[in-house]
Write a protein that binds this ligand. Structure first.
Ligand SMILES: [Zn+2]
Length: 219
């Protein structure tokens, strides 16, 4: 994971612009309007108050999760990008408001998806190990976002974060990450699961229905 450095105001605005693109791509109307208001109040009044009020509490911006199904791989990437952008904006907002030009270094955030490994399910009886396609994507997306998003924000390309996350920008490395994580999983002897939900799924090897979670290190 990398650091993100620059004038606080610039990092703040670029993170908001990144969010605008991500929320637009994800079709999240409510929070898109919220962030657009944040951009307006920042540019017109130098205020970060409206954005900061989005965090904390039930149903807040922190709780916004862009995906719930394996059928939406793009949203997994957008979700991880949003997570990184939220971390950057929340980290620099107080400094940006105090003094827009003040130099800030944003430490890497602790992503919701652990970079330490890919989440897997282990059969409670026969110990067979399975990974879901979405777990592979989450790990690949979190690893990619950890450096690509801070770099785009720092280089003032917040507007292209969504395109990179969606894999439509040149040199985005998205497929490289999927290949890399997939190969690491293959090499670890964990089988690819046919299903994404383990709750109602019986083990293909022994038909047991209880699973425990574990992880396989990749990076
Ligand atoms: Zn089993």
């Amino acid at each position: 994971m990398r650091w993100c450095v620059g004038p606080a105001g610039l990092l703040y605005e670029q993170a908001l612009i990144g969010m605008q693109g991500v929320l637009q791509a994800a079709g999240e109307g409510h929070w898109l309007r919220w962030i657009e208001e944040d951009i307006g109040t920042w540019r017109e009044q130098g205020s970060t108050a409206h954005h900061r009020s989005a965090y904390g509490g039930m149903g807040s911006f922190n709780d916004l999760y862009l995906t719930s199904a394996q059928s939406e791989p793009d949203k997994i990437w957008l979700n991880e990008a949003l997570d990184t952008l939220r971390h950057i904006a929340a980290s620099v907002a107080p400094s940006a408001e105090q003094s827009s030009d003040s130099f800030r270094q944003v430490p890497p955030g602790s992503s919701t998806t652990s970079l330490a490994g890919v989440a897997i399910s282990v059969c409670g009886r026969c110990q067979s190990r399975f990974v879901t396609p979405s777990s592979i994507l989450f790990a690949a997306a979190a690893a990619w976002c950890s450096w690509a998003v801070p770099a785009l924000v720092q280089d003032q390309h917040g507007e292209s974060v969504a395109d990179h996350a969606l894999g439509v920008a040149p040199d985005d490395h998205r497929e490289d990450y999927v290949t890399y994580v997939g190969a690491a999983i293959n090499g670890s002897g964990v089988a690819l699961a046919d299903y994404d939900s383990y709750a109602a799924w019986s083990c293909p090897s022994c038909e047991h229905r209880q699973w425990r979670t574990s992880s396989v290190g990749v990076f």
